[in-house]
Write a protein that binds this ligand. Structure first.
Ligand code: F6R
Length: 366
């Protein structure tokens, strides 16, 4: 059942290229430059006339929601709010018939997310679900939705569900943007073509597994970790930190890289590992200067970089090279080394990664 792997978590990490293909199957056609998400076709008017989108979710699914916000705002020019379901449901939130609520949940059973859906429905919003478990409570409570189709996720730490959620959000944003006329054909084609190649790119990144396992041995001493990223990489930093906390019991925080100097930089010393999402994009130079600031305080930097970057390897302590991709697709790739890092650090510490202490796979009570 674990396919020859010692844990479900590593099996599910390694399964991601195949899961991506399952998620895309029947939905994308690169030659015809087309994406078919039936929930969007069937509810086009409702979605396009929305005043705003509100994404409700918890944990890892909430991180996927933050990436969804960036995708939908960039491509569709529709305002998006991302809410913790637990906060949303107890606030008497301002929601009306003009709002579309996107509920993201792997299990489809998370109590807070389900309650948020019920509340938004009462207030007249249109509810779109992005779930994995077919026929679960949340997909049944929504008006429409798209399954991520990544297969059952057994490991308590969510991995393949996250990339599946981000993949569906990418297809949703691209489809709506085309319907709305807020994306030009060239961009649509380029992003779709690169998106279709994500499974191969994932494979290339997963080949770094042995290297990351070696690197992980160095960091079992740590009691704290910082993860930094900007733009599309900021939610990836949060997700990397959550994975580490959950299974290795190392305290970790993710920050938008530029927030460093507003406080967290005080934490940097020679003991502090800092994982930096530093792939090539508009903000690369700024992230580079963050890395220099960390090195000036002797922090230990693990940088995720775009292949061919010759500058960062001269500054960071360790570099992990990723394929060059359009910025909006990098989370689908950059999350993988962070999943592997968390996994291997936990394994090196002799911990049970599939059954971490105090955690349940689905949080069906508040
Ligand atoms: C993290 C993790 C949790 C879940 C959260 C929401 O690895 O598994 O943070 O993401 O409990 O669960 P779902 O997506 O089932 O609603």
């Amino acid at each position: 059942e674990k396919g020859g792997y010692p844990h479900f978590m590593i099996k599910e990490i390694m399964d991601q290229p195949a899961c991506m293909m399952d998620c895309m199957r029947g939905r994308i056609n690169v030659e015809a430059s087309n994406i078919v998400l039936s929930a969007i076709i069937d509810n086009k008017d409702k979605l396009l006339s929305a005043r705003r989108f509100i994404i409700v979710a918890c944990g890892t699914s909430w991180h996927a929601g933050l990436i969804g916000k960036h995708l939908i705002e960039s491509f569709c020019r529709i305002p998006v709010e991302v809410e913790y379901a637990s906060e949303f449901r107890y606030r008497n939130p301002v929601v009306s018939e003009d709002d579309v609520v996107i509920a993201i949940s792997q299990s489809g059973e998370t109590a807070d997310t389900l309650a948020a859906v019920e509340l938004a429905k009462q207030k007249g919003a249109f509810i779109y679900g992005i779930c994995n478990a077919i026929g679960a409570s949340i997909p049944r409570a929504t008006h429409t939705g798209s399954y991520i189709h990544v297969g059952p996720e057994i490991g308590v730490a969510s991995t393949k569900a996250f990339t599946g959620q981000v993949a569906v959000l990418t297809m949703l944003a691209l489809t709506l943007a085309r319907e709305k006329g807020t994306i030009d054909e060239d961009t649509f084609r380029t992003v779709l073509k690169e998106f279709s190649r994500i499974p191969e790119q994932m494979q290339q990144v997963l080949a770094l597994n042995d290297k990351i396992a070696e690197l992980s041995k160095i960091f079992t001493y740590a009691h704290n970790f910082i993860y930094l990223g900007r733009g599309y990489s900021y939610p990836v930093a949060l997700e990397g930190a959550l994975k580490l906390k959950e299974i290795s019991y190392i305290h970790a925080e993710g920050y938008p890289a530029a927030e460093m100097k507003h406080g967290p930089i005080a934490l940097i010393d020679a003991e502090m590992p800092v994982v930096v999402l530093a792939t090539k994009n508009r903000l690369y130079e700024k992230v580079l200067s963050n890395v220099q600031e960390i090195k000036a305080r002797k922090g230990r930097v693990i940088a995720l970089i775009t292949e061919g970057d010759t500058v960062m390897p001269g500054i960071a302590d360790f570099c992990i090279e990723l394929p060059d991709l359009p910025e909006c697709l990098t989370p689908l790739i950059s999350t993988l080394p962070l999943q592997l890092l968390a996994y291997h650090i936990a394994v090196c510490k002799g911990l049970d990664v599939d059954q971490p202490r105090n955690l349940a796979k689905s949080v069906t009570v508040e």
